[in-house]
Write a protein that binds this ligand. Sequence first.
Ligand code: PLP
Length: 349
Amino acid sequence: MTPTLSPEALRHRIDQLPRARLAHLPTPLEEVPRFAQRIGEARVFIKRDDCTGLLLGGNKARHNEFLLGDALDQGCDMVVWGAGVQSNNCRQTAAGCAILGLECRLYLSRGHYSTEPQGNLLLDYLVGAKVEFTDAVIGPELDALLAAKAAEFRAAGRKPYFWHRPRVVPLAAISYAACVAEIVQQLAEKNLKPDAIYVSSSGATGAGVALGAKLLGLTCPVRLICPMHWPWHIPTALAKDANDAAEMLGLSHRLTAADIDADESYVAPGYGKPSPAGQEALRLLASTTAILTDPVYSAKALAGLIADVQAKRYAKDAVIVFIHTGGVPAIFANPSEVWPANEVGSARD
Ligand SMILES: Cc1ncc(COP(=O)(O)O)c(C=O)c1O
């Protein structure tokens, strides 16, 4: 069996990669006893990756340290990126580009979103991204559009860095292996170990958390609560991304699909659409801790955590870590989804 690494040894490996320092790290790990008391008998710790900085926080601050570091290392002068209109990914990529002096071109998939400058989209404009809307669907279709746009810029003499999934997903995943090392060290300072880790992801973040757990020898459940379905088998794809990341780090550890606990049962009513359980989770966390989740990623993941604790999946006083991936600006894009109009002005029991 391949020996596990210490958090320091993992960090040392990761430090060899090109990196742009963009995030506020380490993020705090906060225990939230009032919230925990309301959901069952576990201890809940929130890894505050909503506080990574880079234009209001979130998981893409960590990703972008490596992605934009890679862009600079390759001598790129612009970034060609895309996702949904309210993409947190694009907001933080645009922010990183503004800091590093890279031109940022965003191709945002309309889907069901309004294109009013609100929430993340407003922030994209403010930090100087050049935005175009498209009807290309997030996934293979939008990936192909981004590759085509990058080729056009290249032909015009530019050096674009673009959303090329086979490179950017494993590289971004490395940043979340580092996050797991941070968590292990922060818990060790309290003489604790994680009994479960939860995160919202169907992609790089989850691949990185699963990889970090494997490299550090954690045996606790690592529950990836998926915000979306993909047209591919998520555990197989994420195991491959994690293995590609391990390879980039020069490590021989390997994961299989069985190492990826991706739960797709919280996606409904659809990607980017709030769910009743997520809305309850958002409100419970906010009203017991004053910590906000976003409505469609971290809220749904928190709903998954709550359901597992309530189903008594863990022992009393188990240490449950929730990695808060941020996304809070989306709340302001659709406030009525978060606080329905018929509840405005009404007291809630
Ligand atoms: C707030 C938030 N959480 C989680 C995720 C999922 O991250 P990943 O694409 O790495 O799975 C996203 C993706 O955009 C996000 O915006």
